[in-house]
Design a binder for this molecule. Structure first.
Ligand SMILES: Cc1ncc(C[n+]2csc(CCOP(=O)(O)OP(=O)(O)O)c2C)c(N)n1
Ligand SMILES: [Mg+2]
Length: 557
């Protein structure tokens, strides 16, 4: 049977098990769109409004489901718009494939209309970039892309599709079977060595990273940590990968790291790092462990050889996937009960807050959410000070998920929530957005409505780019520049997109408004009046400003 490149690609994606692709159309890949005309219900095209939104959705899909999120965009501007999602998938270690139209092979290299060299543009951003020049190689190169995006440390692949290749005919057979990548198993002697190192520890610490976990693997790791009473930290924005209600869970090693988390990492004498990518956020700017040789005895386990020893020289490095490793660990016992109990008590204490100077007090609202959110909730957020609420004050159990970008990309939360709702229409999906953050990708509410994938969105509306304002007040107190916003009416905006929408003016009004939001079949936008003064959970804007002014005063000769 003869097919064109678009048909061969789409049939092969279905063969691999794909069911959704997120995209914005372009004339550069009409043959793919045409093939999708015949696959509705098997491979659906979720039509987005901006390629940044589409790429965030694909990145979030990959992170949530563990199978590659697919994004389809046009050449040049479509690809550059989508780049934010590629970067985010990379930092998140999430599987994703970005398909980009490309100029015809007959005119490549002439700076044709919207031409880009994708290898150069995405070379340092994606895990792999490939351009498919010959139509019959689609199955081979797509199969490889699928392997690359999933294996080792998952990450994004960019596949460029020249226009003439997509309309060429071939009798090459499409892929027809899913591909699985089995994780590398740990060697028994290596595991024994790791356990021996832990046995002689006085202050052991377990740190875990995201991606590639199975529920069984997670349960096995939790069983090991609890039976060994080892305090456990989750990596930046991967706190949903370990049951926060476990007596050994001690918090997230991420941005705005609480003092007790810093202390745990600094004072640990042995760190078992499972599936962890050591990054700036997990290490408080690379200050908690010495580069390259930490004082702590480091046992580093990762499926990718590229992560082992990347920054820190481990005492023992094991290249293995997380699940087999977790299953092979046997409890170790030692004299560290106090160390573990203090870690847990410090974590629980970190959830407690005083009243905030704000009409809507997010401390109180988040405590309410801890009580009422269903066990299988999916929470999303982008970037801003508001993210502290879902990231530091909600608790995640074995069934709930957090989709939050390790790239710190504003605008991730809304598209991620839409992707989550596409994947799991029956689950509550709750997006936390800042007013600035929301306005990066708010137009995707139209996508949500068209796809019948409408989450509940909380906009923490403080009228400022709070994160930047906080830095600004610390460095240049009382010199406000570029951080005040005049906002649109988010309630009207929500309603214009077919969402239930309300403005919430007081803390007391939040529980009932939230219940109405969850009950609405159209999803909901709640515009929460939060005060700029409540800049962080523990420090007001005035306090930050005053402290900076006093410090500046003291520094005068
Ligand atoms: C795409 C992108 N642009 C800019 C930034 C820098 N940035 C980080 S947080 C932030 C402000 C976020 O403001 P808002 O969403 O209103 O949240 P708030 O801090 O006020 O709670 C900015 C501009 C970023 N992280 N990502
Ligand atoms: Mg704000």
């Amino acid at each position: 049977m003869m097919r064109n490149g678009g048909q061969l690609l789409v049939e092969s994606l279905i063969g691999l098990g794909a069911t959704k692709a997120f995209g914005v159309p372009g004339e550069s890949y009409l043959a793919v769109l045409d093939a999708l005309h015949d696959t509705v219900g098997r491979l659906d095209y979720v039509l987005c409004r901006h390629e940044g939104g589409a790429a965030f959705m694909a990145a979030a899909w990959g992170k949530l489901t563990g199978s590659p999120g697919l994004c389809m965009v046009t050449r040049g501007p479509g690809a550059t718009n989508a780049s934010i999602g590629v970067h985010t998938a990379m930092q998140d270690s999430a599987p994703m494939i970005l398909f980009v139209g490309q100029v015809g092979t007959d005119m490549r290299g002439r700076e044709a209309f919207q031409e880009l060299d994708y290898g150069a543009v995405f070379g340092t951003m994606a895990k792999w970039v490939v351009e498919v020049d010959r139509v019959e190689r689609i199955p081979e190169l797509l199969s490889r892309a699928w392997m690359v995006t999933l294996s080792g440390r998952p990450g994004p692949v960019v596949m460029a599709l020249p226009e003439d290749m997509l309309i060429s005919l071939t009798d090459a057979a499409p892929l027809t079977a899913p591909l699985q990548v089995r994780e590398p198993a740990p060697e028994a002697t290596a595991v024994a060595e790791a356990l021996a190192l832990l046995k002689v520890a006085k202050r052991p610490l377990l740190m875990l990273g995201g991606c590639n976990w199975t529920p069984e693997g997670r349960a096995a790791l939790q069983g090991f940590a609890e039976a060994s009473a080892i305090p456990t930290l989750a990596a930046f924005r991967y706190q949903d990968q370990f049951d926060n209600h476990s007596p050994v869970y001690a918090g997230e090693a991420g941005v705005g790291m609480p003092p007790h988390v810093k202390r745990l990492i600094r004072e640990a004498d042995t760190i078992l790092a499972v599936n962890l990518r050591f990054g700036e956020m997990t290490t408080d700017g690379y200050t908690l462990l010495n580069v390259p040789t930490p004082k702590q005895t480091l046992i580093h386990i990762h499926a990718s050889d590229a992560e082992l020893g990347k920054i820190y020289r481990p005492a023992l490095a094991i290249q293995a996937g997380p699940n087999g490793l977790a299953r092979s660990l046997r409890p170790v016992r030692g004299d560290w009960a106090d160390w573990q109990a203090t870690a847990r008590a410090d974590y629980l204490a970190s959830l407690q807050l005083g009243a905030l100077p704000s009409p809507v007090d997010m401390g109180v609202c988040t405590a309410h959410l801890r009580d009422v959110l269903p066990e299988d909730v999916i929470v999303t957020n982008g970037a801003g000070n508001f993210a502290v609420w879902p990231n530091k004050f909600l608790q995640y159990g074995p069934l709930s998920r957090l989709l939050a970008p390790q790239s710190g990309a504003m605008g991730y939360g809304v598209p991620a929530a839409i992707a989550a709702k596409v994947a799991f229409p029956g689950r509550l999906v709750l997006c936390f957005a800042g007013d600035g953050d929301f306005q990066m990708t708010g137009q995707e509410l139209a996508t949500a409505r068209q796809a019948s994938a409408q989450p509940v969105i909380l906009i923490l509306n403080n009228g400022i780019y709070g994160t930047i304002r906080a830095h600004q007040e610390r460095e240049y107190p009382a010199r406000v520049s570029g951080t005040d916003m005049v906002n649109p009416d988010f309630v009207m905006l929500g309603r214009a997109h077919g969402f239930h929408a309300e403005r919430v003016e007081t803390t007391a009004a939040f529980p009932a408004a939230f219940a109405r939001a969850c009950a609405s079949p159209t999803g909901a936008v709640l515009d929460l009046s939060t005060a700029a003064e409540a800049l962080t959970p523990r420090q007001s804007l005035t306090a930050i400003r005053t402290a900076a002014q006093q410090a500046a005063q003291k520094a005068l000769p």
